[in-house]
Each structure stands twice: as structure tokens, then as C-alpha cells.
Design a protein around this ligand. Structure first.
Ligand code: PMP
Length: 437
């Protein structure tokens, strides 16, 4: 069982006092010391199997040798020179790779930034300047980030908007399909049609921004029919498609990009999180004519496209390709989904299991009929997993977030899920006190 000392408590107390990450979910005290592959060690020496992968950032596993080599080599050459004045190879090499691997057989251009949020802002700016239109359509419960622009197009929890004053105007929200608890495909499409016929004329809408699979909303996977119709409406009306693949990109869903699962070539694709295996980087890849419609340097950051991050990103993409991580994500992901479905036969608290590749959500409910979210049981399961040596987190209040590195082996997956099931049993047997969470 995981044990911690005063050392961990002191670090946590200090960090809580000095840093204002209000999004951290403090249900277990883990101070990371080192990490390798699918394993993390805390400062006390406790070892954990990682089912979180730093929130879907570490797709190629922690500290992959090839990524480390690329980073070391670049650090030895130079750490940064602003792209406002100079060219550099890591930058260009990565742009070339991104153009090649992103969906869409058309000429593309790339812009780098440092966070998913900043790249979402860039995508909105590009869409507006290219179309000359102002309005943006987004979806309820979507998460696109925390800068003022990305927050404005996020339909996620209203608390994030509290006290922020006026957000970016002319953003409209419609429902996203949620076959378990929410609206069906046809209702969502009806809302879109209603919006463009009764509320905002289609010819004033610049873009629809969407997560191909909504992540933070609890892993909501629409049917193909939804995207066929959305794409049709957009194409008929000159509305651009902005796919926010910050969460789903780089193999997470078993495809390099989730847009491929739905056979969509978005006009602009937003990338972040796993792009550089944990180094700070994000990007927008878009149709040439859209990306060239703005005046330079309209979306520019001095430390964007950092050469060390770019080198890590190129190496990380090569790892995904060379080690066949898409196939592994599908194989291990299917195994995990099956195991969770099997657990449903023994554990009433599991209401639904859904996912694609290694983007899996396990919905914890008070009652399968009512589908009422069981926030406390969910937090307790995660806490017990921490006690037993597995890093597990949740989103949307009650959805266990199963998103390990794509390098996870079957053995690691089996070991981790044995612990998850034992933890669920312990929580059912009252072994985790309410005070723990
Ligand atoms: N878009 C999506 C779909 C995301 O999941 C996130 C991060 N959770 C973001 C944008 C924002 O990325 P960042 O935190 O790097 O700004």
C-alpha cells in the first residue's frame, strides 16, 4: 500500500499555498519524482501504473529514449531563437511532418503556439479573418481551454466563466450527441438547423469548432451520421470546420487523428497535449488559403515553435509510427473495454463503458436506471487505486478516465485493471471512508 510521510505533506502544503492551479483535483497526495514508460514514482519511492498519462499528454510513454535523445541533442546545439527573426531546422522538419500526417489532401500551413488554448484562439482568428464572418458555433460541455478566446468557445462548466466579464462575442452553443445521458444525434442536428435558420444566418458563421470525441465532458462519441450531416451543412454554407484534436490527437483514439475515424478532413485542426511528449508545444494546421488570410504576425509567440519542443515532437511522432502505437492502442484499448464491460456484470456502480483506442470512460452511477452520477464513489475508487499503486482520475464528476500511455503492454493493462477492480470492490465494501475524499 502507498505510504507517504511528512515530506510529501510539506511539499503539497507549500505548493497549495504558492500555486493557483484551481483545476487540480485533490483527492490523493502524489508528488511525482520520476517516470518511465507506463510507470511513475513519487518522492517517497512508491511506484504507480499510470492510467492517466499526464492527462493524455504522454502518449509515447514517460521519458521515451528516442525523445530524450532528440531533446539532449537539441539542447546541446541551442535552446531557442525566436522564429520572428531566424529560421531553424527542428521547426521546419516538424511542420513538414504535421502537414504529412494530418488529414486532408490539400496544401496546408502550420502555426505553432505553446498551449492548446492559444492554438484554439489562433484557429478562431484564422477562421474569422479568412471568412470575414464573426459568428462561431460550438457545443455544450466542450472544453477548448482557458485563454479568453478558448474559454469563450468552451461549453464546459459555467464556473470557469464566473467573474470573467464579457467573453468573445458571437459564440453560439448547440448540444453534442450523448447516447448515454443526453441528446440524440437527430435532436442535436435539429438544434444546428434551427440556429442557422432562425437565430444566426448561416452566411455570418465563420466556423464550427468541435472535439471529434468530447473528452472532458466524459468521453462522448458521436455517430458517423452526426458528422456526415454537420459537414454537409457546413460545406453548403461556407462554414469552416475546426477540429480541436488537442485531446484526441496523436494516436489516443487508435487513429493518428480522431477526424479519420469519422472520415472528415477539417479545414483547421488544433493540436496540443501529446504533440511533443510533454514538452510545451501546440499547433494549428490548416488549409493554405485560410492560414494565409491573416496578416503576419497575427498569431505569434516569441517562444512558440521552440526547437527543443519541436525536436521532441518529431521524435515522438516517429515513435508512434515505428512502434505501431496506433495498433497497440486498439489492441490494449479493446482488451480494457472488454474487461470493464465484464466488470459491469459484478459491479452495479458501473453504468456505462465507452471509448475508442485508449480513450476510455467508465461512468460511475448511483443507480443504473436513473443514471445519477456518483461523484463520491468515483473519487473513492480513484483514491483506493492510488493506495494500491495505480494512477486513475476522473472527469465530468463521475467518469473514470482510462487513458494510459499508448505504449502500455497487455501485462501492465491487466495488472492495472486487477487493481482497479479490487479498488471498486473495496469501495463497495466500505473500506474507503468518506473523509478520504
Ligand atoms: N482543447 C481540448 C480538447 C483540450 O482537452 C484541452 C486541454 N484539456 C485544451 C484544448 C486546452 O489545452 P491547454 O491546456 O494545453 O491549453
Amino acid at each position: 500500500m502507498t505510504e507517504i510521510t511528512e515530506n510529501t505533506r510539506r511539499i503539497i502544503e507549500k505548493e497549495d499555498r504558492l500555486l493557483s492551479y484551481t483545476t487540480r483535483v485533490p483527492y490523493y497526495p502524489l508528488v511525482v519524482d520520476r517516470a518511465k514508460g507506463s510507470h511513475v514514482w513519487d518522492v517517497e519511492g512508491n511506484e504507480f501504473i499510470d492510467l492517466l498519462a499526464s492527462a493524455a499528454v504522454i502518449n509515447v510513454g514517460h521519458n521515451h529514449e528516442k525523445v530524450l535523445e532528440a531533446v539532449h541533442e537539441q539542447v546541446d546545439r541551442f535552446i531557442h531563437y525566436t522564429p520572428a527573426y531566424m529560421y531553424h531546422v527542428p521547426h521546419t522538419k516538424l511542420a513538414e511532418k504535421l502537414v504529412e500526417i494530418t488529414p486532408g489532401d490539400f496544401e496546408k500551413r502550420v502555426a505553432f503556439a505553446l498551449s492548446g488554448s492559444a492554438s484554439v484562439d489562433g484557429a478562431i482568428k484564422a477562421a474569422r479573418s479568412y471568412t470575414g464572418r464573426n459568428h462561431i458555433v460550438s457545443f455544450y460541455h466542450s472544453y477548448h481551454g482557458t485563454t479568453i478566446g478558448s474559454l469563450s468557445v468552451s461549453g464546459y462548466g459555467s464556473d470557469m466563466r464566473k467573474g470573467m466579464g464579457s467573453l468573445v462575442p458571437d459564440v453560439h452553443f448547440i448540444p453534442f450527441p450523448d447516447s448515454y445521458r443526453g441528446k440524440r444525434t437527430e435532436e442535436c442536428l435539429e438544434s444546428f438547423r434551427e440556429l442557422i435558420t432562425m437565430i444566426v444566418p448561416a452566411e455570418s458563421i465563420a466556423a464550427v469548432i468541435y472535439e471529434p470525441i468530447q473528452g472532458d465532458a466524459g468521453i462522448l462519441i458521436p455517430e458517423q451520421a452526426f458528422y456526415i450531416e454537420v459537414e454537409k451543412i457546413c460545406r453548403e454554407n461556407g462554414i469552416l470546420l475546426i477540429a480541436d484534436e488537442v485531446h484526441t490527437g496523436f494516436g489516443r483514439t487508435g487513429a493518428m487523428f480522431a477526424s479519420e475515424l469519422f472520415h472528415i478532413d477539417p479545414d483547421i485542426i488544433v493540436l496540443g497535449k501529446a504533440i511533443a511528449a510533454g514538452m510545451p508545444l501546440s499547433a494549428i494546421v490548416g488549409r493554405k488559403e485560410i492560414m494565409e488570410a491573416w496578416h503576419t504576425p497575427v498569431h505569434f509567440f516569441n517562444t512558440a515553435g521552440n526547437p527543443v519542443s519541436c525536436a521532441a515532437a518529431t521524435a515522438s511522432i516517429e515513435v508512434i509510427e515505428e512502434e505501431h502505437l496506433l495498433e497497440n492502442a486498439v489492441t490494449v484499448g479493446n482488451y480494457m473495454m472488454e474487461r470493464f464491460k465484464d466488470m459491469m456484470t459484478r459491479h452495479e456502480c458501473i453504468g456505462d463503458v465507452r471509448g475508442s483506442g485508449l480513450m476510455i470512460g467508465v461512468d460511475i452511477v448511483k443507480n443504473r436506471e436513473s443514471k445519477e452520477r456518483d461523484v463520491q464513489t468515483t473519487a473513492k475508487i480513484c483514491y483506493r487505486c492510488w493506495e494500491k499503486g495505480v494512477i486513475l482520475a476522473f472527469f465530468s464528476g463521475c467518469v473514470l478516465r482510462v487513458e494510459p500511455p499508448l505504449t502500455m503492454t497487455m501485462e501492465e493493462a491487466k495488472d492495472a485493471l486487477d487493481i482497479v477492480e479490487a479498488s471498486i470492490t473495496d469501495v463497495e465494501n466500505g473500506l474507503v471512508p468518506d473523509s478520504a475524499v
